[in-house]
Design a protein around this ligand. Structure first.
Ligand SMILES: [Zn+2]
Length: 452
């Protein structure tokens, strides 16, 4: 047993609703002078220090020295499988080129593809391990990891295998996503229907094939995702949740993602890809409304776990999103790094009752940061979210965006023992000190990983 004790402020994020909306995003369930008792990989007791101490007779003790503890961050949108930073894009953008101008000149997503195609799976896995380890050191315990820089069947599967190999070496949790539909690769530029067919007929079936968990390298740490099979009630916990588990064997991907945007894939193509994902039992999510406005109605019938970016979301869609089980994941790191002047309308989303999550969008082109605390700082200063709202979006709502709110995102008995301890006295400081790492200790499923 492991006892985290002498916690000055414990942010439990406890509560009946799995995903937070509106005013509920400001309720962090704070316990002062608290302790958390873990057994194996799970939390078994949470509460005032004196009360918990009585139940923890022979536990190994970690004195948190009055610091702040919270659920480990859930970074629900990352692209860690790449070979090199994109420094030419970086300089061109500084000189005034836009995202689309850079892509037209051969930069952008396509410029990461050649390097990934020629890389060994082992070296891609090293990159992923390096990224998720640094994320972990900044308080993130669950990471969604996308493929998407291979853009042919062999390289996309190689990327997913690299994610699986990295997961085997990572103490935290990785949720793999196939993003074969990131952009149409050069060689298919005049035959885009053929590329969509390749995603549907080759990539998705291969990514969805179950592998015996005992034989698959790394599968023990790729968590089987539980998927909601009903509408809003499923992820809210307001109705009877109906979960479907992928069971004892694991797939190379749990989700299929599509970059639905001008210059990438149309809504009609996205629907075809989502239909294929559904046929193969995979969850779906999309990059949407990053550069241009797209109506969400045609995608919501697929019950995407999340729609991400949404800087250009149509205001008329907000009531529709508020009624759905879909989480909207905002990625302010990308807007910051692209030097944009306007960010996603987070306040409007919150006021409309839309469930919001925050993630890094870690990728070499538009958001080279692994730091959730940096994202929280941007959420407060640029999206006008309160520190409490930002923390809820980065924990329990991030878990809901991966359909993992039953096991992640809050500190409650029965949940995975994923805890981050920050070297601060007040939780608002986590969002306040930017550009430095205040994370003091991380517990990944009951195992103390790092203490400074
Ligand atoms: Zn992305």
């Amino acid at each position: 047993m492991l006892l985290l004790t002498n916690i000055g402020q414990l942010l439990t994020l406890r509560g009946p609703a799995a995903v937070r909306r509106g005013a509920a995003m400001r309720e962090l369930g704070i316990v002062a002078d608290a302790a958390v008792l873990c057994s194996g990989t799970k939390i078994i007791a949470v509460g005032p220090r004196r009360e918990i101490a009585r139940q923890a007779k022979r536990a190994r003790e970690i004195d948190c020295g009055r610091r702040v503890a919270l659920p480990g961050f859930v970074d629900s949108h990352t692209h860690p499988v790449f070979a090199a930073p994109r420094l030419v894009d970086f300089e061109q953008r500084i000189a005034g080129a836009t995202y689309e101008q850079i892509a037209e000149k051969g930069g952008g997503i396509r410029s990461s593809v050649d390097a990934v195609r020629s890389a060994l799976r082992r070296s891609l896995a090293e990159q992923v391990v390096s990224a998720v380890t640094r994320m972990n050191q900044h308080g993130t315990t669950t990471v969604e990891a996308k493929s998407g820089y291979g853009l042919d069947a062999a390289s996309e599967i190689k990327s997913l295998e690299a994610i699986r190999a990295a997961a085997a070496r990572f103490a935290g949790t990785i949720v793999p996503t196939l993003l074969g539909a990131h952009v149409v690769p050069r060689e298919f530029s005049t035959r885009r229907e053929e590329y969509v067919r390749l995603v549907i007929e080759e990539m998705i079936p291969r990514a969805a094939r179950k592998t015996d968990a005992a034989k698959a390298p790394g599968s023990s740490t790729v968590r089987p995702v539980m998927r909601a099979s009903s509408r809003r009630s499923a992820s809210d916990g307001q109705g009877a949740p109906r979960w479907r588990s992928s069971g004892g064997s694991s797939r190379l991907a749990e989700f299929v993602d599509v970059f639905c945007e001008r210059g990438a894939f149309t809504v009609a193509e996205t629907r075809l890809i989502f239909e294929a994902a559904r046929r193969h039992g995979l969850g779906v999510r999309a990059h949407l409304c990053q550069l241009s406005e797209t109506a969400v109605a045609d995608l919501l019938e697929f019950e995407p776990a999340s729609l991400d970016h949404m800087e250009c979301a149509c205001p008329a869609d907000l009531p529709l999103l508020a009624q759905s089980s879909t989480v909207i994941t905002l990625l302010p790191g990308a807007d910051y790094f692209l030097g944009l002047l306007s960010y996603a309308p987070a306040r409007r989303f919150i006021e409309a009752g839309v469930a919001l999550a925050l993630a890094t969008d870690f990728n070499p082109g538009t958001s080279p940061t692994i730091s959730m605390p940096m994202v929280l700082s941007l959420a407060c200063t640029q999206l006008q979210m309160s520190p409490a709202e930002a923390i809820a979006a980065a924990t329990i709502n991030g878990a809901a965006a991966l359909r993992l709110a039953h096991s992640k995102g809050s500190i409650e008995p029965g949940k995975d023992a994923d805890v981050a301890v920050f070297d601060v006295r007040d939780h608002r400081e986590i969002c306040y000190w930017f550009g430095e790492n205040r994370c003091w200790a991380v517990i990944n499923r009951g195992v103390l990983q790092a203490r400074r």
